[in-house]
Every structure is written in structure tokens, then in C-alpha cells.
Design a protein around this ligand. Sequence first.
Ligand code: 1HE
Length: 261
Amino acid sequence: MITEKLIPDTLQIREEGDILWIGLSRPDKRNAFNDALILGIETVFENIPSHIRCAIIYGIGKHFSAGLDLSELKERDAVQGVFHSRMWHRVLEKVQYGPVPVVAVLHGAVVGGGLELAAACHIRVADKSTFYALPEGQRGIFVGGGAAVRLPKLIGMARMTDMMLTGRVYHAEEGEKIGMAQYLVEEGQGKEKGKEIAQKIASNAGMTNYALTHVLPRIVDSGQSEGLLLESMMAAIAQSAPEAKQRLKDFLEGRAKKVGE
Ligand code: 1HE
């Protein structure tokens, strides 16, 4: 149960059936992440009720997120900086490897730590107002919330290097082409599309969603022989689940949707 007492007032949480909406709500600061906000996300992911089957993260106000709250950065020394970055890693691992798939609905600025949060989610839906940047390069710092690991897997190392060396900004259309988001929609349509996708995800067998969110990334990170073995193990476990047997039976007996329906 996620009670209001547990989370900061910079997060808005709402359940809609088996979907959990998580709104970043610091619009005056463009949803910049102070520690309370990032730790609030951790609390939410540690307390997702068992009936929830998919989460949607979105930004309230003009932007998804302006990244790290730079007013907190100047107070940290090197050792504190390491621990701060590790804290982000811990929280975003809980997003990536939490109990449910996560859809990020993006609009406006998706920059710095905001892009790092988006990259930890499983599906990204961007509307046409979205733009992506890593201003860390221009601020004289480095990414610290997992972008060095997750972003090259989405857009490639060369593009990330360019973004940080030159301050290059990718706008919505180009961003979608290079892999920042899987879906691009008209301005203002992101939440609707995110919900449509979340409903599809929520209707999957739980073991399939687990395989995609927990096992596939580990397979991608492993060597070929380990990856293939993990794939076989996961396939065998998934197909032996009673829910999978029922779904196959439904298809063979004409009760399930065909591909594309
Ligand atoms: C902030 C922040 C912030 C806005 N920390 N206060 N991120 C950045 O380097 C991005 C910096 N922000 C911007 O470039 C712009 O704010 C935006 C393009 C995102 C939005 O522009 P705009 O015109 O809508 O808003 P604004 O007028 O620039 O900002 C409104 C207020 O939010 C203003 O404060 P105010 O008191 O003068 O009203 C801004 O100072 C404040 N604000 N962004 C603190 N980021 C895990 S490590 C990750 C490392 C990083 O993320 S580094 C990247 C940091």
C-alpha cells in the first residue's frame, strides 16, 4: 500500500485498476530531482501493491524532467558524489527490475537524470514536444544515474558521446528514429497512448512480463553461451506455467486473438 505519508508531495500517485500512475510533480523546478524526489520513487517501487500489473511514469507541467536538481549538486564533495550516484543506481535498478513493467510517458525536456530515469523504464512513449539532452557535458560533470550503461544500449555509444561532447539536442522525431522512444505521438497524446500500452502489458501472463523485464536484460549483458542457456531455462519455465498452457489451449480452440487483432 502506498500511503501519502510514505512519499514526498512532489510525487502524485494514482491507481487505475491494475495500472499505477506515478506523476513527477515539481513543475516549478521543471521536475528536477532533489534527493526527496528520487528517494520517493524508490519508496513507490518498494511498495507497489500486488494487484498492480504495470506502472506509468509521467511529468506534471511543461516538461518530463530537467534532471538532477543542480542547486543540491554544489554542496557535495567527491566521496559524497560517489554515494549519491550509487543511490541513483540503487533507485533506478528498482525501477528497471521492479515487480512490474514501467512505461515512461515523455514530453518537453527529458534531460540529464530525467533521461536516465526514462532509460531505466521498459517502454518510452514520447509526444512531439519531447527533446533529449545530456547537459552534464556542458555543466562540467558526468552522468551518474546509469546513463553510461543504459543509454548506449538504446542509441549507441557514438551518439551518447556526441550528445555530451557537443551538447547536441535530439528532438522528438529524430529521437524516436535513433531509439530514444519506441512510440511517438502527437503533442498531448502521450498519456492516452501510455495507458493503451499499459493495458496490453497488464493483460500478459505474469511470467512473460517477468522474463522480459528481469531475464532479457541479463541475457543481453551475458556472453552467447550463457545467454542461450538462460533463454532455454526461461522458455521452459514460462511454457510450464498453468497460465501459458491455458493461453495455448485457448488459441488452438479458436478463443484467442490472432496476431494483429
Ligand atoms: C532547475 C533545473 C535543474 C530548471 N536544477 N533547478 N539539468 C540541466 O542542466 C537542465 C537545466 N534546465 C534547463 O535547461 C531548463 O530549465 C529546461 C530546458 C529544462 C526548461 O526550461 P524552461 O524555460 O521551461 O524553465 P526555466 O525557466 O529554465 O526553469 C524554471 C525554474 O526551474 C528555474 O528556477 P526559478 O527559481 O528561477 O524559477 C530554474 O532554475 C529551475 N530549474 N532545471 C535546479 N536541473 C544522476 S546525475 C544526473 C545529472 C544531471 O541530471 S545534470 C543535468 C541537469
